[in-house]
Write a protein that binds this ligand. Structure first.
Ligand code: CP
Length: 329
């Protein structure tokens, strides 16, 4: 594609105001269940265009004048900063509430009142919250789009979208792949969302976890109904040689009520250069990060280690999502 001037790739779509007929205009992004395969193709096409534009010109004014409120009740490095970077690369600006204890939440303000306040000053809100269903609740009260940045052990839809985009970028095709998910599959919202998205394709899924951290039965049942072959293991040894994508996750200390239970399972899996000797030469190693010892730093230069590229892809996907819900894509 030849881009002759700023925003030229969007010129057929660019109105003077928001394009209210755009299919995702004004919509909330709460769950991956909202996305069809065609929607995913569209998101990835726009994300790819965003990547081209960032590589060519860095920052451009597609969302000039728009404001994002980043409302984070839980810690975040990647989700918060990549949404900030995405908005700023598109010419918009950000209200960062990354530490709710310094906001009126600390005075007891409810989630509905907090989002109703923030939408007075912003056009879109990204919400991370420790409770499952918080984004859905926020969306009920807000008239501006709510994007779920992770709701407790529930879902992390924008992470799953960037994970799938990463798989397409690294493997070129998703149909036919064997994807192995490893670690805390009970509490890991990223694997809950990603497994659901992958079920739109012809994949085989392996789940490797300690017994107390298995993939929730409702997700296994949901995918079973769709005919997705799923196998469970407690060791990586058997599934690794046939794996095309290994998706590692950390054991989520903050979700354990009993610290002794955490101590029993922390460090259950450590992927090292030794582990990777039996893995395919062209497989992809992913992790949503942060890692707390699951992947040895010695692997960072292995071409199969995609977790830092995965983070960068996240910004392009989030640029696409912001443009879509604000009617500019
Ligand atoms: N992957 C992810 O959600 O990272 P953060 O917790 O740093 O946002």
């Amino acid at each position: 594609m030849i881009l002759s001037d700023r925003n030229s790739m969007f010129s057929p779509h660019l109105p003077l105001g928001d394009q209210q007929s755009a299919p995702w205009y004004g919509k909330d992004i709460i769950s991956v269940k909202q996305f069809t395969k065609e929607d995913l193709e569209y998101v990835f096409e726009v994300a790819h265009e965003m990547r081209v534009m960032v590589e060519r010109i860095g920052t451009f004014d597609l969302l000039k004048g728009k404001i994002l409120a980043n409302l984070f009740y839980e810690p975040s490095t990647r989700t918060a900063s990549s949404f900030t970077a995405a908005m700023e690369r598109l010419g918009g600006s950000v209200i960062p509430i990354n530490e709710v204890k310094y906001s009126s939440v600390a005075k007891g303000e409810s989630l509905p009142d907090t989002v109703r306040s923030l939408e007075c000053y912003s056009d879109v809100i990204v919400l991370r919250h420790p409770e499952v269903g918080a984004s859905e609740l926020a969306a009920k009260y807000a008239s501006k789009p709510i994007i779920n940045g992770g709701d407790g052990v529930g879902e992390h839809p924008t992470q799953a979208l960037l994970d799938l985009f990463t798989i397409f970028e690294e493997q070129e095709e998703v149909n036919g792949l064997t994807v192995t998910m490893l670690g805390d599959l009970k509490n890991g919202r990223t694997v809950h969302s990603l497994s659901r998205l992958l079920s739109l394709y012809e994949v085989r899924l392996n789940y490797v976890s300690p017994d107390i951290l298995r993939m929730p039965p409702e997700i296994v049942g949901e995918l079973d109904e769709k005919g997705i072959p799923q196998r469970e293991f407690t060791s990586l040894e058997e599934p690794l040689p046939d794996t095309d994508v290994l998706y590692a996750t950390r054991v989520q200390k903050e979700r354990f009520e009993d610290p002794d239970e955490y101590e029993k399972v922390k460090g259950s899996y450590i992927i090292s250069p030794q582990t990777m000797r039996v893995a395919k030469e062209d497989m992809t190693l992913m992790h949503p990060l942060p890692r707390v010892g699951e992947i040895s730093m010695e692997l960072d230069d292995d071409p199969r280690a995609a977790y830092f590229r995965q983070m960068e892809y996240g910004m392009y996907v989030r640029m696409a999502l912001l443009a879509m819900v604000l009617g500019k894509a």
